[in-house]
Design a protein. Structure first.
Length: 307
């Protein structure tokens, strides 16, 4: 399901072209795609079997209870670290940049979630849009293909990144306890990321596979991963207004592995809840992908409305 923009299909990074003949690369790519497909669907089928095993225990109230909804609007200001790869020239050379060393400004961000419950069953969706940018001078956090910058060369760089993170899942209440309800969720997460990089190199670049000291490149990637998650809360005190919300998921598919964790504290009012949490999201992918790694972590505060 992965698509790459800003890079023609025949282009390959120096790492790939230096290690495998074209025929072997195609065979290896097909074998990797099949392994990814098998791994992704084994995860989905296993999770579906787990949910199916729980289905007979659904109470009679599930067929008569009304839908209950929870809408959450929250702010999350994460720090971002990772490695992005964009094409540097028409010959397929790629340039890699450490995003954590460059991205320093949040241009725009939107986050929201919606949960629908009927009896023990639920549907959950979460959407994040972010627009980040930043620049760095005299940096050496760059790699050209498999080649690092020479000791005498530094780079001035500007990186702009936009992306969507969309999670959706169906769930079942495996622990029906007012003080500690917990759901098992099975679904998918999408990461859609675009990166635009501009650079200026200073120093002796005669040994580098670049046409000149100035350049720019852009690339995009869309990743789909199947996920399995646990979501719940632990009540504090006799009235249960204070509680500890938690969430943990793990997935695979287009990425080698992705996981997310949320932990915090909340307070329930008559109109809804206020929650403060720490949220961490991690992606690990193979070398040569547009997004080789991505980490987003930071505090978030949200307002929950029940209706």
């Amino acid at each position: 399901m992965r698509r790459l923009a800003g890079q023609e299909p025949q282009r390959e990074s120096l790492i790939c072209s230096d290690t495998l003949p074209r025929g072997d690369r195609n065979d290896a790519a097909r074998e990797k795609d099949m392994d990814t497909f098998d791994r992704r669907w084994r995860l989905v089928l296993t999770a579906m079997c787990a949910l199916s095993a729980l289905a007979p225990s659904v109470s009679q109230a599930d067929g008569t209870s009304d839908w209950k909804f929870t809408a959450t609007v929250y702010g999350w200001l994460p720090s971002i670290d990772g490695t992005f790869s964009v094409p540097a020239d028409s010959d397929g050379t790629s340039i890699k940049v450490d995003a954590g060393e460059v991205l320093d400004a949040l241009n725009f961000m939107f986050m929201g979630a919606l949960e629908a419950d009927k009896g023990r069953w639920s549907l959950v969706t979460d959407l994040i849009y972010f627009d980040l940018g930043g620049s760095q001078k005299k940096s050496r956090d760059f790699t050209l293909g498999a080649i690092g910058l020479p000791a005498t060369v530094t780079a001035d760089a500007r990186l702009d990144t936009t992306g969507w993170i969309w999670s959706t899942a169906g769930g079942y209440l495996v622990i029906d306890d007012p003080d500690h309800p917990m759901k098992l969720l099975v679904g998918a997460r999408m990461l859609d990321l675009s990166a635009d990089l501009k650079w200026h190199l200073e120093g002796d670049i005669s040994g580098l596979p670049l046409p000149g000291p100035d350049g720019k490149g852009s690339a995009s990637d869309t990743l789909w991963d199947a996920t399995v998650a646990l979501k719940g809360k632990l009540a504090l005190g006799e009235d249960g207004r204070w509680y500890v919300p938690y969430y943990l998921d793990v997935g695979t598919g287009d990425s080698d592995v992705t996981w997310q964790g949320v932990l915090g504290v909340g307070y329930a009012f008559d109109w809804g809840d206020i929650v403060g949490v720490w949220r961490y999201l991690d992606y690990d992918l193979s070398s040569g992908a547009t997004v080789e790694s991505l980490d987003m972590s930071g505090a978030a505060i949200g307002f929950k409305f029940h209706f």
